[in-house]
Each structure stands twice: as C-alpha cells, then as structure tokens.
Write a protein of this length. Structure first.
Length: 268
C-alpha cells in the first residue's frame, strides 16, 4: 500500500510538472517606439484649472521590432477639469479620445484607424518635500470603449485602474525652479476588468526614467526611457516594450495678475 502511495505521488508530481511546462510563462519583446507628448496645465481660479495631454505615438516596423519607428501607433488626446483642493491633493475628471492606427497598414482586413473614447478621473497626492526630493502618488481610473482594427469588430467596455509612484529630484539646484536640470523616476501598475477580461487582469507595469529642464515658468522639457511588461489574453504570455519619450510641459495662468503665483508644470 505504501508503495502504491509512492507511485501515486510520483505520478501526480509528473502530471503537475507537465501541466506547468505546457503553461510556462512566455516573455517576449513585442514593441519599440517613440512617444511625443504635449502636457498643458492652466490655472483658471485658485481652485479650478485645465489639464490636457496630447500624444503622437509611433512604433517599430512590422518586420523589425528594434527599429522604434516605421508605423503610426496612436494619436492620444486627454483633457479634464483640474480641481485643486489644497497644496497636497488634486483631482482631475474629463474625457479622452484616442485614434488607434492599424497594426498592419498593408492588411486590408484592418481599418486604417478606429476611435477609442474614454472617461477618466484621477487623484494626485503630493507629499511634503523631503529635502530635495518631491514625491507623488497618483491614482487614475479609466472607463474605455475599445475595439480592434479588424473590420466590423465590436466595441467592448473595460475599466482600467492605475497607480503610479513618481519623484522629481533637482540636480543643479536645491529646488526645482527656472534653469533647473532634474531627474524623474516613476513606477506604475495597470489593472483592468470587464466582460472580455478573463485571464489577463494585469494589463501593464511601466518604469519611466529621464531628465528634465525648466526653461522658464511656462515651459519645461523632459526626455526619458520607458520599459513596460504586460499580460496577454492567454494569461501566461507577457509582452514587453522599450519606448523613448519626448515631452514638453506648458504651464499657463489665466487668473488676474494680482492673484497669480509662479507655477512650473512638471506634468504627471
């Protein structure tokens, strides 16, 4: 009987090993690209402002994953009302409209572009400064109506939940002001839900690091590298990407002159 038990354990172990091997995680580089972004923040009153993100994104050629350019990927427009509760907490709510380009422009089964509307809102927690370091916690929620570029594909509703931790560190001055060179680092996790989301609730994880320069109170430049990893629909396959990002941040103030305060836009 004991010998039979040993055979049972051996057989069960071999079965589990075979099942795990058949569903072993697969990780492969799926995309490289360049994202160009314009970020705008404008103060309307002491408590209300405008926030906007406008991106043009390209990706690698279909036959060369390391090329970074070769196909258009997205035109991405996000806007919202920025509510400033105090010096440590802000919220934004508004619409987003994304144009998604065909993943294979030569394939006649794909439409050249499809629209993806979203509604989004976010909470931004600004931590008290720790020496030279500024630390932020951002929670962003998106409600999306998506479809693939395949002709006659149907729209599907999904929700996306994002948390980002990010920092700004001045390099040539004690605090971020005009003519400051600064380093910024962030880590962000994306989860998703919806009827179509079965095996892949983990949508993405991104690390984004780069250097910025404050030209004047209205204009800041930033460039960096982003690495991502995300779960594909199978649940056990993962895609990664390397993205170069080039951004311009614009800070505007529409309040009356006597109410204005110097405000440098570092973006989110």
């Amino acid at each position: 009987m004991l010998q039979g038990y040993h055979y049972f354990i051996l057989g069960f172990t071999l079965y589990c090993s075979s099942a795990i091997a058949q569903n072993a995680s697969i990780i492969e580089l799926e995309e490289t690209g360049i994202w160009n972004g314009l970020y705008i923040k404008g103060r309307i009153t002491n408590k209300i402002g405008y926030y906007g993100e406008h991106h043009f994104r390209v990706r690698n050629r279909i036959d060369d994953v390391s090329s970074f350019v070769g196909r258009n990927r997205q035109i991405y427009n996000r806007a919202g009302i920025n509510i400033l509760f105090n010096n440590y907490f802000e919220a934004v709510v508004g619409p987003t409209l994304v144009w998604n380009y065909s993943p294979d422009p030569e394939n006649t089964n794909f439409e050249p572009t499809v629209l993806e509307p979203r509604i989004w809102h976010q909470w931004l927690f600004i931590m008290p400064e720790m020496g030279r370091v500024k630390v932020y916690h951002q929670f962003r929620f998106e409600h999306r109506w998506r479809r693939s570029n395949l002709i006659r594909s149907a729209y599907e509703y999904t929700n996306r939940y994002r948390y980002k931790f990010f920092t700004y560190i001045p390099l040539n001055k004690k605090k971020i002001e005009v003519k400051t060179l600064f380093f910024s680092s962030s880590a962000e996790i994306f989860m998703q839900s919806g009827r179509a989301i079965v095996n892949n609730p983990f949508e993405d994880f991104r690390t984004y690091n780069g250097l910025g320069y404050v030209l004047n109170p209205k204009v800041t430049f930033f460039a960096g590298h982003m690495w991502t990893i995300g779960q594909k629909s199978s649940g056990f396959a993962y895609r990664t990407s390397h993205i170069l990002r080039f951004n311009v941040f614009i800070g505007l103030d529409f309040r009356k002159l006597d109410a204005k305060l110097p405000q440098i836009n570092l973006g989110y």
